[in-house]
Design a protein around this ligand. Structure first.
Ligand SMILES: Cc1cc2nc3c(=O)[nH]c(=O)nc-3n(C[C@H](O)[C@H](O)[C@H](O)COP(=O)(O)OP(=O)(O)OC[C@H]3O[C@@H](n4cnc5c(N)ncnc54)[C@H](O)[C@@H]3O)c2cc1C
Length: 398
């Protein structure tokens, strides 16, 4: 790929910058800078602004609401978007189930779901993992039994991010137990308001609520909510996972974090020392910068594949591993740069109406919380160990 900007690219970059400059609400930027976990009302408001501009789903085909941008334009957009601290788009609809619906769904499913995903009226969550079925996802046990024109669903999902804020869940369910485990799985779209669906919170180690258990007790789901063929859900599930991992690199966001590290580490400490001058600290930071450059090039190659209508494929496992390793290393460096201000931990800092003054400088708020929260980034979306197995098997042919 040619990585230099043409005149058109530069004009496009100006267009993106001026849109974000005009439309991105400062209070949402402040919330993002406080924590990577952004309240739903902010997400809806911002996503609707993007939708009005036609920029909510750059990777979708134009016929379904995509932008038709070149890989370079997508790259520029991501750079500008993340550099301005815009919040990560809620991915369950746009990045995950949307592409499954426009690729495999019926016309009625497309008509029902795609517009409300694009305009953020409906939020989704992902019901894949179960207790005992995470890495070995195909062993899942939530059962769906056909009863007339409905499936009756019984079982439990776990680690369901945002289920408490979601309107719909896309679920993998077992419809045949007598065949190879991958061959008895069906992909269902389930309204969270369905009788028999219950959500229970799981509080994560940063003290906040994103995760849930979801229980199904005789929940009746219309057969018309099934994606394509019964027992072929594994094919659609894998297609979705490729998309999930493709969005995970977040190169420009990491570049922005490096800038932030530099700003914080350039401050003088009480004894007059400047951390950024410390050779060991500088070497640590530069190591991440080199890894990030390599990730950027790999990401661009994958974007070009997606734009050419190819699946992101198994290469997305590489992005997932490097992207999350870089993110976790940067989060740790940020906390190191805070020195002792990294230690106090107050839940008050996350309440918008809190009167409690922050402990330490403003920039310290939320950094430790994000470090704790994002420890999970190497687990969700398929753990990094599993991604290494995929690379060994499918890319290296071992
Ligand atoms: C914050 C967070 C959000 C999540 N959100 C969602 C969500 O929205 N929807 C959803 O469906 N799921 C979600 N998950 C679940 C996530 O996908 C699983 O946690 C993940 O797939 C790992 O499964 P597990 O927890 O059952 O661990 P296990 O599969 O039991 O793995 C335990 C450890 O063993 C390692 N391991 C397992 N098998 C192998 C192997 N064959 N080779 C080498 N190492 C192996 C794993 O890497 C891991 O370190 C989320 C998880 C977290 C932590």
């Amino acid at each position: 790929m040619d990585l230099s900007y043409t005149k058109d690219d530069l004009a496009f970059r100006d267009e993106v910058q001026s849109f974000i400059g005009d439309k991105f609400p400062p209070e949402i930027r402040a919330a993002v800078q406080r924590s990577s976990y952004v309240p739903k009302e902010h997400m809806v408001r911002w996503q609707k602004l993007l939708h009005d501009r036609g920029w909510i789903a750059p990777n979708w085909p134009v016929e379904y609401g995509g932008t038709g941008w070149t890989p370079m334009q997508k790259h520029i957009y991501a750079e500008e978007y993340q550099a301005a601290d815009c919040p990560k788009i809620s991915s369950f609809g746009i990045t995950m189930v949307g592409p499954v619906i426009y690729t495999y769904g019926t016309e009625a499913q497309k008509k029902q779901h795609l517009p409300s995903i694009l305009n953020s009226d409906v939020f989704w969550c992902q019901g894949y993992s179960e207790p005992g079925s995470g890495s070995d996802l195909a062993s899942l046990q939530t059962k769906a039994v056909l009863d007339g024109d409905h499936y009756v669903v019984n079982g439990q999902k776990i680690w369901t991010s945002q289920a408490h804020r979601a309107d719909w869940i896309f679920c993998l369910v077992r419809t045949n137990s007598d065949v190879k485990k991958q061959e008895g799985i069906t992909f269902l779209l389930i309204d969270m308001k369905t009788e028999g669906v219950t959500v229970k919170p799981i509080i994560s180690m940063d003290g906040r609520h994103y995760l849930n258990e979801v229980f199904f007790d005789d929940a009746r789901v219309p057969v018309s909510n099934r994606i394509a063929e019964e027992n072929k859900g594994w094919t659609y599930a894998k297609y979705l996972l490729g998309h999930e991992r493709a969005g995970i690199a977040q190169v420009a966001k990491h570049k922005r974090t490096i800038e932030r590290v530099r700003e914080i580490a350039a401050q003088e400490s009480a004894d007059g020392a400047v951390l950024l001058d410390d050779p060991a600290f500088k070497a640590r930071l530069m190591n991440v910068e080199v890894s990030l450059r390599a990730l950027e090039i790999t990401n661009l190659r994958m974007q070009a594949n997606i734009s050419a209508g190819k699946s992101p494929g198994d290469g997305s496992s590489t992005l997932k591993i490097s992207g999350t390793q870089i993110e976790q290393e940067l989060n740790e460096i940020l906390v190191q740069a805070l020195g002792y201000y990294g230690l106090p931990y107050s839940m008050e800092q996350f309440k918008p109406d809190s009167n409690e003054p922050p402990i330490g400088p403003d920039y310290a708020t939320g950094l430790m919380a994000d470090r704790l929260l994002r420890r999970a980034a190497s687990i969700y979306g398929g753990s990094n160990e599993i991604q290494k197995n995929i690379i060994a098997k499918r890319i290296l042919g071992l």
